[in-house]
Design a protein around this ligand. Structure first.
Ligand SMILES: [Mn+2]
Length: 285
């Protein structure tokens, strides 16, 4: 597959280390592009749930693909989010073409683009309310698993997929018009700072629209997420576009990926057999 060259790619909310993460799809996507700059706009590695030791090989492959891009000269800018806030203490370090930071301003064809994760607007991630948010995170994980099971059943009966968490989120967030407030706040700040574009992540809602206030206007964008929407933002030919991952475009690659998975030896089975053998020896003595 020929790699697509793109000037700049923004991805956010991969949530590596959680059940909801679509690592295979992320790897397929990363393998298909050759960006000059890759901005990872927060919640890439989900540090909140590290205690459960869930980090499969497929998630490690995402890190490998990012390393691959780095080694081929892509400039990677990792912007911290609230789920990878443990990295904030190391913010503003850079090693070669890798940079870790909390926010960034990039000039593209004379236009200023302001990029940050967006949890700064989120009161629930501060202080004691954070504990609730963390529990909420686990709840969300459970919801994703339940949703996958339901979707598998629906598929079996040839029915259309549904999104439980989208329903829950839409219900909850509509009530407080959370998404609308978020977008408006980001836009107002960006207009105040005279930026042309503002890009956030965090709310898992891909978007590109003009927001106008009395003070001026700005293009608000959101890179969405790789839990449900599987989207990113791409800048090419002086234009921003939302990229939507479609299974059919990557079908062949996923097939070869599956064969690779099958071939991988299961070491723990051998270990069990060895320990069983050792146990049986000691019983005979
Ligand atoms: Mn976030």
């Amino acid at each position: 597959m020929e790699k697509r060259s793109v000037d700049l790619v923004v991805m956010s909310d991969l949530h590596l280390g959680t059940y909801g993460c679509h690592a295979t799809e992320i790897v397929n996507y990363l393998k298909s592009i050759s960006p000059s700059i890759l901005v990872l706009n927060g919640d890439i590695i989900d540090g909140w749930q590290f205690s459960k030791r869930y980090f499969p090989v497929s998630h490690m492959q995402v890190i490998k693909e990012i390393m691959n891009l780095l080694s081929k000269g892509t400039r990677v800018i990792y912007i911290t989010g609230n789920h990878d806030e443990m990295m904030r203490r190391y913010s503003d370090i850079s090693i070669g073409n890798f940079q870790l930071t909390d926010k960034v301003v990039i000039e593209l064809d004379g236009k200023m683009t302001w990029i940050f994760h967006g949890d700064v607007f989120d009161a629930t991630t501060k202080g004691s309310a954070k504990l609730l948010a963390k529990l909420g995170g686990h709840g969300y994980d459970l919801l994703i698993l339940l949703n996958r099971f339901i979707n598998a059943c629906l598929k079996l009966f040839g029915r259309e997929k549904m999104s439980l968490s989208k329903k829950v989120k839409n219900g909850v967030k509509k009530a407080v018009s959370w998404i609308g407030n978020f977008e408006q706040t980001a836009a107002e700040l960006a207009i105040g700072k005279k930026y042309d574009y503002v890009i956030c992540g965090h709310i898992h809602q891909p978007q590109k629209r003009v927001i106008e206030t009395k003070e001026g206007k700005v293009v608000y964008m959101n890179s969405g997420d790789w839990i449900e929407n599987l989207t990113s933002l791409e800048y090419q030919n002086k234009e921003w576009k939302i990229f939507h991952y479609a299974e059919k475009d990557f079908a062949i690659q996923s097939e070869s990926e599956r064969i690779l998975q099958k071939r991988r030896p299961k070491l723990d089975v051998v270990t069990d057999e060895v320990s069983f053998f050792l146990n049986s020896l000691s019983l005979q003595v």
